[in-house]
Design a protein around this ligand. Structure first.
Ligand code: BES
Ligand code: MN
Ligand code: ZN
Length: 500
């Protein structure tokens, strides 16, 4: 989609379609009121016929509105004006995009951007208009022999701002929205690709592709390299698979040479059957999404590179499959991690922490200012928080707060769970330094407790995205989360030079 930012009166728009908000009770938003005046009350008269009330989710396309210059007028229901907030705004922008995608206009001018979202400014409105539009237009038909043949005539969206002085802010917001969307789309594509296509080697190729496109530095460690480093935990998971494991590193250096990087560590488990502790068959196909943490890292780095953020970021993606095999991890096996700590593998399905712990130890060599790992780590997180919030656990409260705030701005929210010492006991093992599972209670927390033992040398946060990385049911598919949260966080960090 092509986006432009413009300030201009709604009644002067000679457009294929003008989009306006309508609150419950047929209450027109400001641009609608002005159009109604220009149309000498024709819009109010039309609305009185009762075809649309303004409830959230309603839309109505009016063709050839009388006495107006535009060819169409699209009313988007926004719900109760008093209850209008970020979510409703995004719903409205999404519905507008879906409606326009199947309409005949090639270009539209949106006045939804004028809607007041409490606590948010015009930059927020524009950025989210772009993100919602891009997300609504996303399709994944790469694996279909017949691509969707519906021709879309819509090409251009004009986003309006109230004053000329807001044009520059608007342009920046559109740029950010597009970069975040590009990162999300990459993460969604990689998640949606099946396990027989999106293998560890495929993820490594994607990282090399970023190197070609943006000049980031990509390094891929092979099994032998990992053996030399003593990554016994990661390698133990890969032993059950015929696909060779990869440890992918991507360095984006937009900041000063001597500036230590932020590190993002993403779980890149390209298919998780559970191993010898095999999963039940129902919905096992969804375990192709177990690499969404790694896909998030690739997506965020793409967004950083698109935005040319003045910051250094290193992405680390441990990647493997987890399958049952004659050489696979067995319950009770004890492996030695790169850190030297030994782990009793009581459940081979708790493999994410095994590949991540070695990746975290490896990350020490970059001297990171902060490390965030992203992983579809526990089914327990889906039970605790559902699909709306990612789980957030951290050994550093200011870092956790930064991420929470970034998530709220990005409308890609996280919710913090405790990482108290008391939970650590659940990982006691009779035979090794720790077990890889902590029992049924607090499964998301004990998984994070395990990782915390490998993150003692830096400020660290963990995002459990098991509930947020993909949707199930009819709308099954990757979401691209938490690319918005993390990119927003990095944008903010790169703007804030006071931080050390
Ligand atoms: N990848 C899964 C977590 C998962 C399961 C995410 C379902 C989303 C939906 C992870 O590797 C796993 O299997 N975790 C186990 C841990 C348990 C054995 C302690 C789980 O959550 O059941
Ligand atoms: Mn598993
Ligand atoms: Zn897994």
């Amino acid at each position: 989609m092509e986006y432009t930012v413009k300030s201009g009166d709604p009644e002067k728009q000679r457009s294929g379609c003008v989009v306006i908000g309508l609150f419950e009770g047929r209450k027109l938003a400001p641009a609608g009121k002005r159009l109604d005046e220009a149309a000498q009350g024709a819009l109010a008269a039309f609305l009185r016929r009762g075809d649309i009330d303004g409830k959230s989710g309603q839309s109505l396309m009016l063709h050839n509105p009388p006495n107006l210059l535009c060819e169409r007028l699209l009313f988007i229901g926004c719900g109760r004006e008093k209850e209008f907030h970020e979510g409703r705004y995004r719903d409205a922008a999404t519905l507008a995009a879906r409606t326009l995608a199947s309409a005949g206009a090639s270009e539209a001018v949106s006045y939804l951007t004028e809607l007041e979202v409490k606590g948010r400014d015009i930059a927020w409105n524009l950025r989210h208009a772009v993100e919602c539009t891009e997300a609504a237009l996303y399709k994944f038909d790469r694996m279909k022999s017949r691509k969707s043949d519906k021709k879309q005539s819509w090409r251009k969206l004009v986003l309006t701002v109230g004053k000329r002085s807001e044009l520059a802010i608007g342009e920046t917001a559109v740029h950010q929205g597009l970069a975040i969307s590009a990162g999300m789309n990459l993460a969604r594509d990689l998640g949606n690709l099946p396990g027989n296509v999106c293998t560890p080697a495929y993820l490594a190729d994607q990282a090399r592709e970023l190197e070609h496109q943006y000049g980031v530095k990509t390094t891929v460690l092979e099994r032998e390299d990992m053996e030399k480093l003593g990554m016994g935990a990661l390698l133990s998971v890969a032993r059950g698979s015929r696909q060779p494991p990869k440890l992918i590193t991507i360095e984006y250096n937009g900041g000063k040479d001597e500036e230590p990087p932020v590190a993002l560590v993403g779980k890149g488990l390209t298919f998780d059957a559970g191993g010898i502790s095999i999963k039940p068959a129902a919905a096992m196909d969804e375990m192709k999404y177990d690499m969404c943490g790694g896909a998030t890292v690739l997506g965020v780095l793409k967004a950083c590179a698109e935005l040319k953020l003045p910051i250094n970021v290193v992405g680390v993606i441990p990647s493997s499959e987890n399958l049952p095999d004659g050489d696979a991890n067995k319950p009770g096996d004890i492996v030695t991690s790169m850190s030297g700590q030994t782990i009793e593998v009581l459940n081979t399905d708790a493999e994410g922490r095994l590949i991540l712990c070695d990746a975290l130890t490896y990350t020490e060599r970059f001297n990171p200012v902060a490390v965030v790992d992203i992983a579809t780590l526990t089914g327990a997180c889906v039970i605790a928080l559902g699909k709306h919030a990612s789980g957030l656990l951290s050994n550093n409260d200011p870092l956790a707060r930064e991420l929470m705030n970034a998530g709220r701005y990005a409308w890609d929210r996280a919710w913090q769970l405790p990482l108290w010492d008391e939970y650590q006991k659940q990982l006691d093992s009779n035979f090794a330094d720790m077990a890889n599972i902590g029992g049924r209670e607090g499964g998301t927390i004990t998984a994070a407790c395990f990782l915390a033992r490998y993150a003692k040398k830096f400020k660290w946060a963990h995002l459990d995205i098991a509930g947020t990385a993909w949707l199930t049911g009819k709308a099954k598919g990757g979401t691209g989360r938490p690319v918005p949260l993390l990119t927003t966080w990095l944008i903010e960090r790169s703007q804030d030079h006071r931080r050390s």
